[in-house]
Ligand binder design. Structure first.
Ligand code: NAP
Length: 322
């Protein structure tokens, strides 16, 4: 699997990232190891976890995903081949959340212990914290970088202006800057005013910022829980409508032409977009992961990308030109 550098750092990660919020909780350890093995056999090396995964799952209190990944890396002896991304910011049992200096220091140590590792390759702020000054947060992240406990930092679910402000503060002070941003993103476009709680979607502003500043974009919830192909998973209400219908029709046409599945076209489209967006893929069954990873075998033509990009909202440009 092709690898890219995250931002201007020396952290190398495979272009498909593996999502693990169900690893070690909804998916038991044996099945989790099987999925992790499959992903790495296909050349994957970029694993997305977080301190509080999966505290919302019955019987869990957070840390299950990191703990399972730590055990797996120990058993396989492959820590040095992986790029591990973890996050902090949300509360879970025995953690108040937020991005204060004390919280960053404390949660990083807990994650390192669960991962049985000396270092986290990419450490994300998982949400914003308006109660902690940006200077405090960025200096605390930088201290961890200088101490060798993390290699790079990222932002997830932050507004573009906050990412830009944080990075400017870091630039002025010579501190580590956010080199990657992970937000919600798929081929269907959210309806105006769609509510995703604390989650923030990739938008044109962010794409522009990342393109011009060399920041790597990473997408989560790429396959809408399987809604592109599964009768048991309707298109979520935040997306459903005429724009989604038009984009699903474009997706169907390209899937027919290429012989690929809808999921594979979505993943390929994302990777070939400008700037490229690295999809986090997930699945609870090996067949799902195999299908998703096989998206790397296809290349969309410029014409197919153009048709996918322009599907939906048919009259918008004409209205502005009138
Ligand atoms: N930074 C953040 O705030 C944030 C937020 C959300 C997620 N994430 C990360 O992103 C990862 C993925 O998130 P997500 O679960 O929302 O992603 P998603 O792509 O929307 O959904 C993944 C689920 O879709 C189904 N699926 C996947 N491939 C399929 C296929 N080929 N055919 C049919 N069904 C398929 C599976 O559901 P079943 O297992 O039910 O069959 C799978 O668990 C998480 O594990 C986490 O690492 C980050």
């Amino acid at each position: 699997m092709r690898k890219v550098r995250l931002g201007d750092t020396d952290v190398e990660a495979s272009v498909l990232c593996l999502g693990t919020d169900s690893i070690g909780s909804r998916i038991d350890q044996a099945a989790s190891f099987e999925l992790l093995d499959l992903y790495t056999e296909k050349g994957g090396s970029f694993i997305d976890t977080a301190n509080f995964y999966s505290s919302w799952f019955p019987g869990c209190k957070g840390g299950e995903s990191e703990t399972t990944i730590g055990r797996w890396m120990k058993q396989r002896g492959n820590r040095s081949e992986m790029a591990i991304a973890s996050k902090l910011g949300f509360d879970y049992p025995r953690c108040d959340g937020g991005l204060s200096a004390a919280e960053i220091q404390r949660e990083c140590e807990k994650s390192l212990k669960r991962l049985q590792s000396d270092v986290i390759d990419l450490y994300y702020a998982h949400r914003d914290d308006y109660d902690s000054p940006l200077e405090e947060t960025m200096e605390a992240f930088d201290r961890l970088v200088k101490a060798g406990k993390i290699r790079a930092i990222g932002a997830s679910n932050l507004k573009v202006w906050r990412i830009a402000e944080a990075n400017t503060i870091s630039q002025v002070n010579g501190w580590a800057q956010y080199c990657a941003v992970s937000q919600r993103y798929t081929y269907l476009r959210p309806r105006h005013g769609a509510d995703f709680g604390p989650q923030i979607c990739i938008n044109d502003d962010l794409r522009d910022y990342c393109r011009s500043h060399g920041v790597t974009l990473v997408a989560y919830s790429v396959l809408l829980q399987g809604a592109y192909t599964r009768g048991d998973r309707p298109v979520p209400a935040q997306f459903a409508g005429p724009d989604a219908d038009a984009r699903l029709a474009a997706l169907e046409a390209v899937a027919d032409e290429t012989g690929a599945t809808f999921n594979q076209v979505v993943i390929a489209w994302m990777l070939q977009s400008d700037p490229p967006v690295l999809p986090i893929i997930a699945g609870s069954r090996p067949e799902q992961l195999t299908e998703n990873i096989a998206a790397l075998d296809m290349t969309l033509t410029d014409d197919q990308i153009d048709r996918l990009d322009t599907a939906g909202n048919p009259d918008i440009k004409q209205v502005w030109l009138r």
